[in-house]
Design a protein around this ligand. Structure first.
Ligand code: 5GP
Length: 207
């Protein structure tokens, strides 16, 4: 059996990465969403344990101290982290994992797991991002100027060039097809499946 592949999806909020991630999860088997822990309060419709594990700052800090995060970061004033147990369980059981995390978290994972696949979801233009953020600001808790400033910082070429793939999310269907194709291609990479293929061939010969 091959190891599970971590697929990292980053990009500015409002760029559509969460919609993309959710859509691709419905299209592929053996792909699971990595549920992060956060100290942010749940938004309307968010389910604890499904969208995030909503925990207190004290709990979060305790988990950091116990080294129970693969990566963690402060984003828009809240703490976010990827739990080690879920990440490692998926890897050893051959389940691919989709992580919707920011650029700081991606950079921490790159150092530990260079074999992960890194995708950046880019809005077609900052104007489009601004419009999407305004549409979403009905949630009440979105500071548009702060998010736009951060989006500009995240979209720096020096950060983008660290990613294996950039998906320009102009048309959702096309962006979804790109993410789908990236996942399917990574699953066929010889470096990931060669050992399995070799042992299958050997088993057939010995039959
Ligand atoms: P939101 O609060 O809008 O759901 O997410 C805010 C930002 O936090 C997004 O860019 C999202 O990708 C990022 N994020 C969510 N979970 C994690 C995590 O576990 N680690 C890191 N580093 N960022 C995360």
């Amino acid at each position: 059996m091959r190891q599970g592949i971590p697929f990292i999806v980053s990009g500015p909020s409002g760029g559509g990465k969460t919609t993309l991630a959710k859509s691709v999860l419905g299209k592929l088997d053996n792909l699971r969403f990595s549920v992060s822990c956060t100290t942010r309060k749940p938004r309307d419709g968010e389910v604890d344990g499904q969208d995030y594990k909503f925990i207190s700052e004290a709990e979060f800090k305790k988990m950091v101290h116990e080294e129970r995060f693969i990566e963690h970061a402060l984003v828009h004033g809240n703490l976010y982290g990827t739990p080690v147990d879920e990440f490692e369980n998926a890897r050893v059981s051959g389940v691919d994992l989709l992580l919707d995390i920011d650029v700081q978290g991606a950079s921490q994972i790159r150092k530990k797991y260079p074999e992960a696949v890194f995708c950046f979801v880019l809005p077609p233009a900052l104007k489009v991002l601004e419009r999407r953020l305004i549409e979403r600001s009905s949630d009440g808790d979105i500071d548009i100027d702060k998010r736009l400033k951060r989006a500009r910082e995240e979209m720096e070429p020096s950060i983008l060039e660290e990613y294996d793939y950039i998906i320009i999310n102009d048309e959702l269907d096309e962006a979804l097809e790109s993410l789908f194709s990236i996942i399917v291609s990574a699953r066929c990479e010889s470096k990931r499946i060669l050992e399995k293929v070799k042992s299958n061939l050997l088993a057939e010969e010995n039959d």
